[in-house]
Design a protein around this ligand. Structure first.
Ligand SMILES: *Cc1c(COP(=O)(O)O)cnc(C)c1O
Length: 370
């Protein structure tokens, strides 16, 4: 396929970063800095500062970050973990695999946790509540924290898609006890492979996570408990530290591109667009994705494909409709409807304005709006 607009453009990303990244990669390898070295500590410090958190712990991926948190909080059988089904399976699996019962909340018009439904679904067995800041937009953390306090639940934020987003001037991921991030290559801040982090203001928790990610070690040969091997590779940390320094500019570009999409698509009556970057005074969204909605979703995706535009349907099958997960008893009408209607358009900082013209022109033609 000869794409004119890739959903994510890794070759273009590399072309633009090669001259700065190659010396970093070469220097890190040449020095033999491969595991738990200064590059990782520097990245953790810079990441914590970027997010206004006290501590950052680099881990192998976001899923493992949640796994370490589930362990640290001793989540187990009899505990209920309340989250959304409109998310990646990884938000839920680390808790289910420890024997907890997942409880699913439906979503609101912005594709995020519906806090009215959350209030109905928490119980005295609710141990953890996990809002997901999907598509680069912060969930309603004011309400979530209020509801969590009423039942004494711990809040963990899945911020895999929202590094740098804010609500009321406060950074996503700093409301709950801890938050997790993914550096999967397609994410806002991507590694050259897998990577993740846990951020927290709780020094004691950060210390436990540091030990859990490295076999329970407190020193080279001293172990204070059972642990895992969930380290963030030092080479990835070196790459991520460079990319983190560029992230503010990339987020600005993402917001600019979202503004262009918004201007050119929001008048179409049969297409739903995300809340625009300037439309919500309380939030600064970082647009990890640009999900549009339409009843003609599959035909629109095919039409765009024919015009050389690559799109993504993140979760065509709602999580609770996946066979083999034992979740078929859940009824989440808004989640199910969205999974039939949603389509993510390309949005990444390497996109040129002409490519947005190409995508929006194709969409307007599809809807007969020229
Ligand atoms: C990507 C993603 C994850 C998983 O991240 P990994 O680093 O691949 O483990 C979890 N939750 C959400 C919302 C994600 O988008």
């Amino acid at each position: 396929m000869d794409w004119r607009v890739r959903f994510v453009d890794y070759p273009e990303q590399w072309r633009r970063q090669r001259d700065e990244l190659l010396p970093i990669i070469e220097g890190t390898i040449a020095a033999g800095d491969l595991m738990l070295r200064q590059q990782l500590h520097d990245f953790e410090d810079h990441l914590a500062a970027f997010n206004s958190s006290r501590r950052a712990v680099g881990v192998s991926n976001c899923t493992d970050g949640l796994r370490l948190l589930a362990h640290a909080l001793d989540v187990g059988p009899g505990d209920e973990v309340v989250t959304v089904a409109h998310t990646f399976i990884a938000t839920v699996s680390p808790f289910v695999l420890r024997g907890a019962t997942p409880v699913f909340v439906d979503i609101g018009p912005d594709h995020l946790m519906d806090t009215a439904d959350l209030a109905d679904k928490v119980t005295d067995r609710t141990k953890v509540i996990i809002p997901v800041h999907l598509n680069g937009r912060t969930a309603d953390m004011v309400e979530v924290m209020k509801i969590a306090a009423q039942v004494g639940a711990t809040v963990l934020e899945d911020a895999a898609q929202a590094l740098g987003a804010t609500l009321d001037g406060r950074t996503a991921g700093t409301f709950g006890l801890a938050s997790t991030y993914s550096f999967y290559p397609a994410k806002l801040l991507g590694a050259l492979g897998d990577g993740g982090a846990v951020l927290t203001d709780d020094e004691e928790l950060a210390g436990r996570l540091l030990r859990l990610r490295d076999h329970g070690r407190v020193a080279k040969a001293e172990i204070d408990g059972w642990g895992y091997n969930c380290r963030l590779d030092n080479l990835q940390a070196a790459v991520l530290d460079y990319r983190l320094s560029r992230l503010p500019g990339w987020i600005d570009r993402r917001r600019q591109l979202a503004r262009l999409y918004d201007e050119r698509l929001r008048d179409l009556p049969d297409l739903g667009v995300p809340i625009g970057p300037d439309a919500d005074a309380r939030r600064r969204d970082v647009f990890q994705n640009y999900p549009v909605t339409t009843d003609a979703r599959d035909r629109l995706a095919e039409h765009l494909r024919a015009d050389g535009v690559e799109t993504l349907i993140s979760w065509p099958i709602p999580m609770h409709r996946q066979k083999g997960l034992g979740l078929a008893h859940w009824n989440l009408p808004h989640t199910e409807l969205l999974c039939r209607r949603v389509l993510s358009l390309p949005l990444h900082p390497e996109l040129e304005d002409w490519q947005i013209d190409h995508v929006t022109g194709s969409i307007r033609r599809f809807f007969g709006a020229g």
